[in-house]
Write a protein that binds this ligand. Structure first.
Ligand code: FAD
Length: 487
C-alpha cells in the first residue's frame, strides 16, 4: 500500500523535511509508493490575507518541487479545495482513491491549522488501516521543550536564548539534516499518471499583483525554489554575514540575509540552514565562534522562540494580543492617517520610506518593521491588527508567529527621527524610497518640515506630518494607561 506526504505552505521542499523523510522510510518498509500532495485553498489564503507575492512565490516553488520529485518518480498532486472546510474531504478522498495506508505531515502550530488536523485525525480514526502522523519540523528545538527552573515554558527571550544555546551544545545532533526521499520504482510513473499530470494552479484572480508591484521584478528579487534559497544562504554566509553584527540595523546597506520568504514557506529547512551556519562558524557552537554568525543565529532563535510563544499563548493566533489587556484599548478611527500610513505619505520620512519599500518589494527591513508598527499603534493610535493584516496582505515572507509577535502592542514608542539619525546616518535609505527628498542634504532629510525653511519645504511636494510626534506619543501613553487600568 502507498504512503502519502501532505505538503503544507510551510514545508515546500524535499530536502531536510521531517515528515517527508518519515513517509519515504515507511513507503520503503511497506514496499509501496511514496505519493505527495498539496492542498490549494484560495479561500484559506483569502482568510489569512496571504499576499499576491507570497502566493506566487509558493506556486512557483511548488512547480519546481513537482519537477524535482518527478525525477524520482514521486508524484506531487495539486488538489484544489475551494473552501477551507473541504480540505478534510479532499485528503480522505485522496487517501481512499490511491490506496494510502499512512498520511504524514509536519505540524503547523496555529489554532486553525491544529483544528484542521484534529478534524482529519477524527476521520482517520473511522477508517480501517489508515494512520495520520504529524511531526515537528519548523524549528530545531520543539516548541514548549525549553522550560524554566519551575517547569513552565520560557516566556522571556534572553533566558530562552541561553537555554537554546546550551541545549544545542549538549545535543548537536538536533542539527542533523533529514534525508531526502528515496526514488519510487519507475512503474509509479504509469500507475499514478493522473497525479503526475495534475497542474500547479495558476495565480488566482484575487491574488494578482497590485499595480505598484512589478511581477517580473519581484520574481527576480525572490527567486522561487530550494536551490535559489540555498544559494542565497551560502552567498550570505560567505560574505555579507561578516558585517551583520555591526551593521544589521542599517537598512541602506541591505545588511540581512533576505531569507525570510524561504524560511516562512519552508523552501529551505531550518536544520540545513543552521548546519551550514555552523560549518561557516568553523564548527564552533553559536556563542563561541564568529560574533557575526552568532548574532545572525540569535535572530533565528527569535523565530524559534516565537513558535514556542504561539504554542504557549494560542490566543495570539486568534487575533488577540499576548497581553490581553491591550484588547481593551480604545483605538482611533483615523481613516486619513491609516491611508497615509499604508501609502507612505505620513510626512515622517523614515516611516514613509519603510512603507514604500514594503509596497514595492513585498518586504521591509526589520528596523523599519519595528518603526512603522510602533508609529501606527502609538502615534496614529490605530488598532495594531489593521497593520498586522496589511503586512500579511503585502509581505512575501508573511509568517503568522513572527508577524503577530512583531506587532504585539507594548508601551514602547519609537522616535522615527532619532531612529533614522542612528540607523540611516546619511539618509540614503530615505532618499532611495522617498524620491521627493532625494535632493535634501544633511540632517534636514530626517525632519524636513522642521529643518528646512517653510518655502523650501513646500517646494518638495512632500506632506507635513499627519500628527505631531510628542503630542501623539503622550496621547497614546495616557490612553494605554487608562484603558489598561480599566481592563
Ligand atoms: P535576517 O536578519 O537575515 O534574519 C534571518 C532570519 O531570522 C529571518 O529570515 C527570520 O526567519 C528570522 N528573524 C529575523 N529577525 C526576526 C525577528 N525579529 N523575529 C522573528 N524571526 C526573525 N518575519 C517574518 O519572517 N515574517 C513576518 O511576517 C514578519 N513580520 C514582522 C512584523 C513586525 C512588526 C516586526 C517588527 C518583525 C517582523 N518579522 C517578520 C521579523 C523580521 O523583521 C524579519 O524576519 C526580517 O526582517 C527578515 O529579513 P531577513 O530574512 O533578511 O532577516
Amino acid at each position: 500500500r502507498n504512503v502519502l506526504h501532505w505538503f503544507r505552505s510551510k514545508d515546500l521542499r524535499q530536502e531536510d523535511n521531517s515528515a517527508l523523510a518519515a513517509a519515504s522510510q515507511k513507503a520503503k518498509e511497506g514496499k509501496g509508493s511514496l505519493l505527495t500532495m498539496y492542498l490549494f485553498s484560495p479561500k484559506d489564503m483569502d482568510w489569512h490575507g496571504t499576499s499576491p507575492a507570497r502566493t506566487d512565490f509558493i506556486l512557483q516553488s511548488l512547480q519546481l518541487l513537482k519537477d524535482q520529485l518527478k525525477e524520482k518518480h514521486i508524484p506531487l498532486a495539486c488538489v484544489t479545495a475551494e473552501e477551507r472546510a473541504e480540505k478534510t474531504d479532499a485528503i480522505m478522498d485522496f487517501a481512499r482513491k490511491h490506496d494510502v495506508s499512512h498520511i504524514y505531515a509536519n505540524i503547523e502550530y496555529e489554532v486553525d491549522e491544529l483544528r484542521r488536523d484534529i478534524k482529519v485525525a477524527k476521520h482517520v480514526q473511522n477508517e480501517q488501516d489508515l494512520s495520520f502522523e504529524l511531526l515537528h519540523d519548523q524549528t530545531v528545538v520543539k516548541p514548549g521543550e525549553l522550560t524554566t527552573g519551575s517547569g513552565g515554558p520560557h516566556k522571556v527571550f534572553t533566558p530562552y536564548h541561553k537555554a537554546w544555546l546550551a541545549l544545542l551544545k549538549d545535543e548537536p545532533n538536533l542539527l542533523d539534516v533529514q534525508p531526502s526521499p528515496e526514488a519510487n520504482d519507475k512503474k509509479a510513473a504509469q500507475e499514478f499518471k493522473d497525479l503526475f499530470d495534475s497542474k500547479v494552479p495558476a495565480l488566482p484572480e484575487s491574488k494578482q499583483y497590485p499595480p505598484e508591484q512589478d511581477q517580473g521584478k519581484l520574481r527576480k528579487l525572490w527567486p522561487a525554489g530550494h536551490e535559489a534559497g540555498m544559494n542565497r544562504l551560502l552567498d550570505f554566509l560567505k560574505e555579507k554575514v561578516k558585517n551583520y553584527a555591526k551593521h544589521r540595523s542599517e537598512p541602506a546597506l541591505d545588511p540581512s540575509s533576505r531569507l525570510s520568504p524561504y524560511l516562512a514557506s519552508g523552501i529551505i529547512g531550518i536544520r540545513e540552514t543552521l548546519s551550514k551556519a555552523k560549518e561557516h562558524n568553523d564548527g564552533e557552537n553559536f556563542d563561541e565562534g564568529d560574533p557575526s554568525i552568532d548574532s545572525w543565529v540569535r535572530e533565528i532563535v527569535f523565530r524559534e522562540f516565537y513558535r514556542q510563544m504561539m504554542v504557549v499563548t494560542p490566543h495570539n493566533a486568534m487575533n488577540l494580543p499576548q497581553n490581553l489587556k491591550f484588547d481593551f484599548v480604545q483605538w482611533e478611527n483615523d481613516e486619513e492617517g491609516w491611508k497615509k500610513w499604508y501609502e507612505g505619505k505620513t510626512g515622517v520620512p523614515f516611516i514613509d520610506a519603510g512603507m514604500r519599500q514594503l509596497n514595492a518589494e513585498a518586504y521591509m527591513h526589520n528596523r523599519l518593521r519595528m518603526n512603522t508598527s510602533s508609529y501606527l499603534r502609538t502615534n496614529l493610535l490605530i488598532d495594531y491588527r489593521k497593520g498586522e493584516r496589511y503586512f500579511a496582505e503585502n509581505l512575501v515572507d508573511w509568517d503568522l508567529s513572527n508577524n503577530t509577535q512583531g506587532w504585539e502592542p507594548s508601551h514602547t514608542v519609537f522616535n522615527p527621527v532619532s531612529q533614522a539619525e542612528k540607523c540611516d546616518k546619511n539618509g540614503d535609505y530615505i532618499r532611495k524610497w522617498v524620491p521627493e527628498l532625494k535632493d535634501v542634504q544633511g540632517k534636514a532629510i530626517f525632519a524636513p518640515h522642521e529643518r528646512l525653511g517653510k518655502k523650501e519645504f513646500e517646494k518638495l511636494g512632500y506632506p507635513y506630518p499627519h500628527v505631531d510626534f510628542k503630542e501623539s506619543k503622550d496621547r497614546a501613553l495616557s490612553r494605554y494607561k487608562s484603558d489598561l487600568a480599566d481592563a
